[in-house]
Ligand binder design. Sequence first.
Ligand SMILES: Cc1cc2nc3c(=O)[nH]c(=O)nc-3n(C[C@H](O)[C@H](O)[C@H](O)COP(=O)(O)O)c2cc1C
Length: 173
Amino acid sequence: MKILAFGASSSKNSINKKLATYAASLIDNVEIEVLDLNDYLMPIFSIEVEEGVGQHLLAQSFLDKIASSDLLIISLAEHNGNYSAAFKNIFDWCTRINGKVFQQKPMLLMATSPGGRGGATVLEIAKAAFPRFGTEIKGTFSLPNFNDNFDLEKGQISNPELDKELRNIVRMI
Ligand SMILES: Cc1cc2nc3c(=O)[nH]c(=O)nc-3n(C[C@H](O)[C@H](O)[C@H](O)COP(=O)(O)O)c2cc1C
């Protein structure tokens, strides 16, 4: 079994990438690949740019990574209540090749932010939208107040209740 995990952000020190990596580590006996969205940065999508370059090779490469996995673990950065522009751009390019971007792979969908809502707004948006793009969401988790609840040195959730909550969700997947 292979897990593909990523933070839906292009921040170099993405807290969502850290959370996605930790969640993947809770699943035993699996191969884990953690993607960095910086490896998939493309020009901002427009019909005119697409007419120039056609289907983008990086979008195909991103889709290939999804195709090669059995479970997706995505943690969404929240920018002004929505997806980060970096993630949305990759997503848009991918939909031009395959509208079912997630290719029927099951998903653990998460979000975190330094604030008290923990990216709950973007999490709700994605929870409603992503199934239309070919995934079944097996569980959702939001980690509020990241800086208080995540131990950066250990790379794990430091709040015992929140850690237990995530572990229970992962166990049900
Ligand atoms: C342009 C911008 C908009 C943001 N909007 C929100 C927001 O709506 N809600 C929120 O909780 N945090 C917001 N934040 C703070 C992010 O949650 C924070 O930068 C977080 O680290 C993003 O996740 P990442 O580290 O994985 O990129 C915003 C940050 C930026 C730069």
